[in-house]
Design a protein around this ligand. Structure first.
Ligand SMILES: [Zn+2]
Length: 319
């Protein structure tokens, strides 16, 4: 019999619940996915989470020591409440930790999903040997997590690390959060796609425009990347700009915290070298002098299963 310890990691998203059984050294031994049914309200979502945990527990014989949950919204990891997650209608404040603990009689740990991703990188990924780092998760939105002295910084409400909402232009486009010109309004998936769909007809000779108009392909970050890899200047310019916008904003975070290790994960991080080079160059230009030579940008290491592993790592993370 193995003496390894295992936990269940639950990655709650607006569309799906991704779930896995993960060993203490970060290996997934079973995984599964279930619709989160977020539009049917909190009770339905909770039912789905319970169902997912029961299903995966039945499929594996290992003994699980606890359950970790990564969720959008403002999370009080102490009280175990989840407040107003975006794209989850009907949620005010839900005591998710207590509900799951009562059902399964196991230790339950709960954390904002971007923070869980940062803890996952700290335990198993690109942050393993780092004392301090800023984690950026690029997706529909731009999430962040701050690790200081190998501990997650949660702030007073549990809402710290919202680096996506650093303003880079006070007159900029309206952001989901109610403010204007936030990093997210430039580098979030949704905003990139809406900006480029308005602009693409101004670049009729670009490969990207041809892919969309003649080949009928859907405009997506992946398509932009594909065009850039085929040396389309327009697509390369889009990705370079995303890197610059991120750099303008994150420079403020570096100056504020004196933290120069940056880890980037999430879908848009798939923009690869073009994004990383442009981001790093801008960052070095914009931070204060003592930080310039110390800037160190790395891609996240957990990739596709980052959400599950990050959530599962909460059980083994002592803080
Ligand atoms: Zn914002």
């Amino acid at each position: 019999m193995s003496t390894k310890k295992y936990s269940v990691g639950v990655d709650l998203g607006g569309t799906n619940i991704k779930i896995g059984i993960v060993s203490e050294d970060g290996k997934i031994i079973k995984k599964d996915s279930l619709s989160s049914k977020a539009d049917e309200g909190p009770e339905k979502v909770i039912q789905q989470i319970k169902k997912a945990i029961k299903q995966i527990s039945n499929k594996s014989k290992v003994k699980v020591i606890g359950i970790g949950i990564g969720t959008p919204g403002i999370v009080s990891s102490k009280k175990g409440t989840v407040e107003n997650p975006p794209n989850f209608p009907g949620w005010d404040k839900v005591p998710l930790k207590q509900i799951i603990k009562k059902e399964f009689q196991k230790d339950v740990f709960i954390e904002n999903d971007a923070n869980a991703a940062a803890i996952g990188e700290l335990m198993y990924g690109a942050g393993k040997n780092k004392e301090n780092f800023i984690m950026i998760t690029l997706g529909t939105g731009v999430g962040g997590g701050i690790i200081l002295d190998r501990k997650i910084y949660r702030g007073e409400l549990g809402a710290a690390g919202e680096i996506g909402h650093i303003t880079i232009d006070h007159n900029g486009p309206k952001c989901n959060c109610g403010s204007r010109g936030c990093i997210e309004a430039y580098a979030g998936n949704r905003y990139i796609i809406s900006r480029i769909s308005k602009d693409i007809s101004n670049h009729p000779n670009s490969l990207l425009c041809k892919m969309v108009s003649s080949e009928g392909k859907e405009l997506s970050p992946k398509l932009i990347y594909e065009a850039a890899c085929n040396k389309d200047d327009y697509a390369i310019g889009i990705i370079t700009d995303v890197g610059k916008y991120l750099g303008y904003g994150i420079a403020s975070a570096v100056n504020l915290l004196d933290v120069t290790n940056i880890i980037i994960g999430g879908g848009v991080a798939g923009f690869g070298r073009i994004l990383f080079d442009s981001f790093e160059k801008t960052l070095i230009e914009r931070v204060m002098k003592p930080f310039k030579s110390r800037i160190n940008v790395k891609p996240a290491r957990l990739k596709n299963d980052a959400g599950i592993k990050g959530a599962a790592s909460l059980v083994f993370y002592k803080s």
